[in-house]
Design a protein around this ligand. Sequence first.
Ligand code: 5GP
Length: 184
Amino acid sequence: MAGHIIVVSGPGGVGKGTVVSQLLLDNAELAVSRSWTTRDQRPGEADDAYTFVSEDAFESAIDAGEFLEWDHHFGNYYGSPVPAANDARDLILEIDVNGARQIHENGHAALYIFIDTPSLEIQRERLSGRGDPPEKVDERMAGGAVERELASELPYVHVANDDVARCAAEIASIIADYRDSRSV
Ligand code: 5GP
């Protein structure tokens, strides 16, 4: 049987990926969905951060119904493949708010977690520090403001990433409560 779906969203530069990695280290019953994207791999980015594909391959997969959700933002496609039915682990989808909305509108049961930055200055520093040019950083900051606005329309639990270990522990506890609430 497939596990629960846990949607994790948040503006770029809030450290979602680091928090999710910490969560996976501490919780063997969690797995992360590997998204597909048509964007270029960043310098130093892990090969398995995404399944990096061409636009043609992505559009063929859309037509074949191979995504649970997908979206087009910052000039590229991003999508979550339909999860394997025989994996009992809970599956984390690290996706944007539009993707989360699709999951919600399609009636999938899911837990929604929104990770945010403790301050906009810290978010800008993190974005600048990962190698994107200044205009991309501005674009991501503006995108973050829109994500916060859209997130207010979905049942997100909001968590601040002031400290990776603390934030991951808070999310683990939210997930444990969700599991309990679904098993009664
Ligand atoms: P980045 O290019 O910085 O890795 O990701 C840009 C945005 O795409 C982030 O907000 C991230 O959450 C979102 N994203 C990553 N994977 C997916 C996905 O599979 N579906 C959707 N809808 N958004 C995704």
